[in-house]
Design a protein around this ligand. Structure first.
Ligand code: AHG
Ligand code: MN
Ligand code: MN
Length: 335
């Protein structure tokens, strides 16, 4: 009989090796896992349980919310607010930081999440996901927004769940990246993709080409050179993919390499990029770096940015090392 390692077993064994591990983190992660299993079930049931379609409201970023944006946010909050492991939460779908209700104990971690990533894909039955990031917090305090505004390099854990043909959880605690597949029969995530590594070389890029006219010269140059293929300076043909779910694009890059760009965009000076640093860029940057890849705005390492607002947006260029370094060097040449 093959010995299947569950996510819980994996985390307990990993934490045992750490000197100051109290078991709290394992419990917190289990609560996140429970929430994501609920979300997986709902996403899978779809219109059978009437969860698809628009909610008719907007979030703080002016984006139209889907019913599932709100439902998944509530699932995350309700799975985590009573546990005693958290001092507070922040969500892409909630304007202010989320406090722990009176009567519940407060813990030493902060949880930040994008409860439903790729929500424009939900009604067309394509892959979506949940992204999360865990920070440590001074114990016993009522956190202010400033307590969340920490560099991504300070994350103690980051992960995402991809609700695709299989439901998968990708996780890092700063010791490499591991992938787990949800075994629906037993309701457990099983380690199926140990020590994921992003190949350094790639011939595949992901970018929303419809924004081309708004890009800066270094990104124009990079994509132009890819499109020239064998006849151009790169002397090879490139392939393109764009799922419009960051979770799916990053999962592909973790599996077979590639580069993803949601670059600086000249459309609106107030929005230097689309993706949110706290809920998308930082957790993905931690995962990508732990898998041997690189994540940058083009000008600086994502994990070194000191955020100024919980809903702040940043340009994101991530993936295979050699390719991202090339794009960064084009920025250095230009500016
Ligand atoms: P969300 O659904 O959480 O708002 O995130 C959507 C993000 C990201 O998942 C994806 O890479 C990108 O937006 C797609 O943007 P376009 O619709 O501009 O292609
Ligand atoms: Mn998202
Ligand atoms: Mn979202």
């Amino acid at each position: 009989m093959t010995n299947k390692v569950t996510l819980t077993q994996f985390i307990i064994e990993q934490q045992r090796g750490l000197p100051d591990a109290s078991g709290t983190f394992t419990l917190l992660l289990n609560n996140i896992v429970t929430a994501c299993k609920k979300i997986s079930h709902l996403v899978n049931r779809g219109n059978l349980v009437g969860v698809l379609g628009s909610a008719g409201s907007e979030n703080v970023q002016g984006e139209v919310q889907k019913k599932l944006d709100i439902i998944t946010n509530d699932i995350m909050v309700e799975a985590l607010n009573w546990t005693g492991h958290l001092a507070g939460m922040a969500s892409e779908e909630v304007d202010e930081i989320i406090t722990i209700p009176a009567g519940y104990p407060k813990g030493k971690y902060l949880a930040l999440f994008d409860p439903l990533d790729g929500s424009s894909n939900i009604d067309i039955n394509l892959a979506v996901g949940t992204i999360f990031s865990i920070l440590r917090c001074r114990e016993g305090i009522d956190p202010e927004p400033e307590d969340f505004l920490r560099k991504g390099a300070e994350q103690v854990c980051a992960g995402f769940v991809l609700y695709g043909p299989s439901t998968m959880m990708i996780l890092t605690t700063g010791h490499g990246v591991n992938g787990f597949t949800l075994d629906q029969d037993i309701g457990e995530f099983i380690l199926t993709h140990p020590n994921m590594r992003i190949p350094e070389e790639t011939g595949e890029f992901a970018i929303n080409m419809s924004n081309q006219r708004f890009w800066e010269p270094p990104v124009q140059r990079y994509i132009d050179e890819c499109l020239q293929g064998k006849e151009g300076v790169r002397e090879k043909d490139f392939n393109m993919r764009w799922v419009a779910s960051l979770v799916a694009d990053v999962y592909r890059i973790l599996t077979r390499g590639g580069v993803f760009l949601y670059p600086y965009d000249l459309r609106d000076r107030a929005k230097p990029g689309k993706l949110r640093i706290m809920y998308e860029a930082n957790p993905m940057a931690f995962i990508v770096e732990q898998a041997g890849g690189v994540c940058s705005t083009g000008r600086e390492r994502i994990l070194d940015i000191k955020p100024t607002g919980i809903h702040q947006r940043v340009p994101v260029i991530l993936g295979s090392k050699n390719e991202v370094e090339r794009i960064v060097s084009y920025h250095q040449d230009a500016f």
